[in-house]
Design a protein around this ligand. Structure first.
Ligand SMILES: NC(=O)c1ccc[n+]([C@@H]2O[C@H](COP(=O)([O-])OP(=O)(O)OC[C@H]3O[C@@H](n4cnc5c(N)ncnc54)[C@H](OP(=O)(O)O)[C@@H]3O)[C@@H](O)[C@H]2O)c1
Length: 249
């Protein structure tokens, strides 16, 4: 489905992003992917084959983020799909003295970097009439009851959904589509990677959905692939919920 297409995935060293790298590579794409952890980047590259290209960069730091699109173009010569997937959370309540540090880190990673990477990628996406898939969350429209202290994360994802719609409108006349996937609970290492104490176990994740299950990263990767493919040529500015019915509860 993606033969000879070039895909760039941020946060490809773990979880949903790693599943997306694997999924796109299986479908014939050349895949550049980004993370900070060299060991994890290398493991994904080894698993996904020679057409994948790990890029070590911290997207929350402008100087590092600015190298990502340039390195992708240098390696593969064009860009067809940008998947803005990298994201973090912190559990810090609004009464906590550290709230602004947590808020800034979350916003820089989950939203500001998306703006910067979109800005850098768009000239190349216009050339290929490519598209962008952002990885948002159901937390863009609800405050999950799993634990308190999620507000900064929820605000970042609410902003990301509005960014998706705004970018879709701005780029539509160039034939560039922009959409998001908005997962509910997905079984990944996100809570551990985000340094969250009392990590919710799989059963807690399942209990907050109507279907009584949490998704595997592959299921979200499949939806990302659909939106990035020509099958979704009539879809832009849409935020696709994939939450096992969490929003129904
Ligand atoms: N898991 C869920 O239940 C769930 C639900 C809804 C939405 N989401 C969203 O799905 C996306 C992926 O999350 P996940 O569950 O797959 O989590 P994950 O396993 O922790 O993966 C997060 C990825 O983002 C990368 N990353 C984080 N900060 C970065 C930075 N500053 N610079 C570069 N890379 C960075 C990490 O790479 P390094 O560690 O190598 O830097 C890692 O590859 C996030 O946007 C998250 O908000 C997750």
């Amino acid at each position: 489905m993606f033969a000879n297409k070039v895909v760039l995935v941020t946060g490809g060293s773990s979880g949903i992003g790693a599943a997306a790298v694997e999924g796109f590579a299986k479908e014939g794409a050349f895949v550049a992917f980004v993370g900070r952890n060299e060991t994890k980047l290398k493991a994904v590259a080894e698993r996904c084959g020679a057409n994948t290209f790990p890029i070590k960069a911290d997207i929350a730091k402008d100087e590092e983020a600015k190298t990502i699109v340039a390195k992708t173009i240098e390696k593969f010569g064009k860009l067809d799909v940008l998947v803005n997937n990298a994201g973090i959370s912190r559990i810090v309540g609004l009464s906590d003295p550290n709230i602004l540090d947590a808020f800034d880190l979350i916003m820089n990673t989950n939203l500001r970097a998306v703006v910067l990477l979109t800005n850098l990628a768009i000239p190349y996406l216009k050339e290929t009439k490519g598209n962008i898939v952002n990885v948002s969350s159901v937390a863009s429209t609800t405050i999950p009851s799993l634990m308190d202290g999620f507000v900064s994360y929820c605000v970042s994802k609410a902003g990301l959904d509005q960014f998706t719609r705004g970018a879709a409108k701005e780029f539509a006349s160039f034939g560039v589509r922009v959409n998001s996937v908005n997962p509910g609970p997905v079984i990944t290492d996100m809570a551990v990677n985000s340094g969250i104490d009392n990590v919710p176990d799989d059963d807690m994740m399942k209990n907050i959905t109507a279907l009584g299950r949490a998704s595997d990263a592959d299921e979200v990767s499949d939806l990302i692939q659909y939106l990035a493919s020509d099958k979704a040529r009539s879809v832009t500015g849409s935020c696709f919920v994939i939450d096992n019915g969490m929003l129904l509860k």
